[in-house]
Design a protein around this ligand. Structure first.
Ligand SMILES: CC(C)(COP(=O)(O)OP(=O)(O)OC[C@H]1O[C@@H](n2cnc3c(N)ncnc32)[C@H](O)[C@@H]1OP(=O)(O)O)[C@@H](O)C(=O)NCCC(=O)NCCS
Length: 159
């Protein structure tokens, strides 16, 4: 596919995006909202990726305290993976959190390739694991691997 056909944009999400965001999350089995794993999703702490005005990816975060936050959800439609959209969605939320003065970011992930990707690109390290409360994400993986990244260090490296 020519590079110009792989153009995407990232923007803040709005309430009206909810159905399209759920459609993206469904492809990653992460659409159970509300549920014990994801009681709610604040779209004002989310962004979406668009290709020709179609929502093809999303990511979000939740601020826990003055210095700490966690990521909520992130997914890209399977046919658009590998274009760099995930990198841009993750950078968007890390930059948003830096702007809010957040220093420590926690992410729970299940797929080994995604865990390796977080470590490789963003400097995350494993700090633990916890059982899933119900099926969410990869249906054959029953635990979340908890990852943490120091946003101050990440920002310094990327300036
Ligand atoms: C994790 C996820 C959001 C990444 O999105 P993405 O748009 O594919 O991300 P990128 O294109 O920036 O990077 C994907 C990586 O996989 C590689 N890749 C190449 N082709 C790919 C394809 N067809 N599908 C998936 N990954 C591919 C890329 O090369 C890249 O690795 P690299 O950056 O080290 O070279 C996406 O795979 C996804 O939705 N996964 C399922 C849900 C999930 O695990 N979400 C995270 C919850 S914590």
């Amino acid at each position: 596919m020519p590079a110009e056909d792989k153009l995407f944009t990232i923007r803040s999400a709005h309430d009206i995006d909810f159905p399209a965001v759920i459609d993206v999350l469904r492809t990653a089995n992460m659409h159970y909202i509300p549920s014990p794993e994801m009681p709610e999703l604040d779209l004002y702490c989310c962004c979406v990726a668009e290709v020709k005005s179609r929502i093809v990816g999303m990511s979000g975060y939740k601020i826990l305290s003055a210095r700490e936050a966690k990521t909520t959800l992130m997914a890209v439609l399977p046919e658009f993976r590998g274009w760099g959209i995930g990198l841009a969605l993750q950078e968007w939320r890390m930059n948003e959190l830096c702007r809010h003065g957040i220093q420590s970011l926690i992410t729970n992930a299940d797929r080994p390739e995604t865990i390796a990707w977080y470590k490789r690109h963003f400097g995350y390290r494993e700090i633990g694991s916890l059982p899933k409360e119900h099926e969410f994400g990869h249906p054959e993986i029953s635990r979340w691997t908890t990852l943490q990244v120091d946003l101050t260090q990440w920002k310094e490296k990327n300036e």
